[in-house]
Design a protein around this ligand. Structure first.
Ligand code: SAH
Ligand code: DHB
Ligand code: MG
Length: 225
């Protein structure tokens, strides 16, 4: 086999995987195109990662999903498609413009009736959500990385036993191993890993990912009690 540079090989394999297990999907492709045209950063999950979120939601039989960090709703569509007809997804987004693009994408995808986009700082919005008693079956944390520990703490309090918590961007080109880092994204994620280790209600792992988004990772935690 010809020796291609790693990044090129990762992208080719990502495409290979998608070709086999992710059928062409005009709705998802339209959402990605709309995000690009609107000038949103291209930091949505990949198709293979979106499908992983979708599968996890189905595996836990999710009826209530919380997403922190909507962007243009690409991951939201993958998650919403895992819900039953009476399911509910709440997604939190700081930027009104992102929320507006996401709303249009969710409508085009035919899942808008399942999704509530709340606009504001996630920490404030979570404070408001504190008052609602129904637990979540899946929480996907994908907003500002420095607040990851607070989001995880909230998720632990509001996820049902048997539920799952997924955190994006936990590897960051490997910088996560730098214990002297001053980067708040890195220190936030390192604190999040300490919480994963210490929290008795969680049992967790993390997967390193490579592909069109470079080298990063997902943490996945089961809520045990
Ligand atoms: N989950 C999306 C990508 C999210 S990108 C997908 O995979 O398709 C991260 C998003 O978090 C951005 O839209 C950003 O505006 C939002 N964000 C950043 N800080 C935030 C905060 N404090 N509260 C809520 N959202 C925030
Ligand atoms: C960034 C944020 C993300 O959620 C992501 O998946 C990739 C990059 C970022 O802020 O750089
Ligand atoms: Mg992300």
């Amino acid at each position: 086999m010809e020796k291609t540079p790693p990044q090129e090989r990762w992208v080719a394999v990502e495409q290979y995987i998608a070709t086999h297990v992710i059928p062409p999907d005009p709705v998802l492709e339209a959402a990605r195109d709309a995000n690009l045209s609107a000038g949103l950063p291209s930091i949505d999950v990949t198709a293979a990662e979106g499908k992983l979120l979708h599968l996890l939601a189905r595996l836990v039989g999710a009826r209530r999903i919380l997403e922190i960090g909507t962007l243009g709703g690409y991951s939201t569509i993958w998650l919403a498609r895992a819900l039953p007809t009476d399911g509910r997804l709440i997604t939190l987004e700081l930027e009104p413009k992102h929320a507006e693009i996401a709303r249009a994408n969710l409508e085009r995808a035919g899942v808008a009736h399942l999704v509530e986009i709340r606009v504001g700082r996630a920490l404030d919005l979570l404070g408001e959500l504190d008052r609602q008693p129904d637990p979540f079956d899946l929480v996907f944390i994908d907003a500002d990385k420095s607040n990851g520990p607070s989001y995880l703490a909230w998720a632990v309090r509001h996820a049902r036993p048997g539920g799952v918590i997924v955190v994006d961007n936990v590897v960051r080109d490997g910088y996560i191993v730098e214990d002297g880092s001053k980067d708040p994204d890195i220190t936030g994620t390192r604190r999040l890993f300490e919480m994963l280790a210490a929290e008795p209600r969680l049992t967790a792992t993390a997967l390193q990912t490579v592909g069109s988004k470079g080298y990063d990772g997902f943490a996945i935690a089961l809520v045990t009690g």
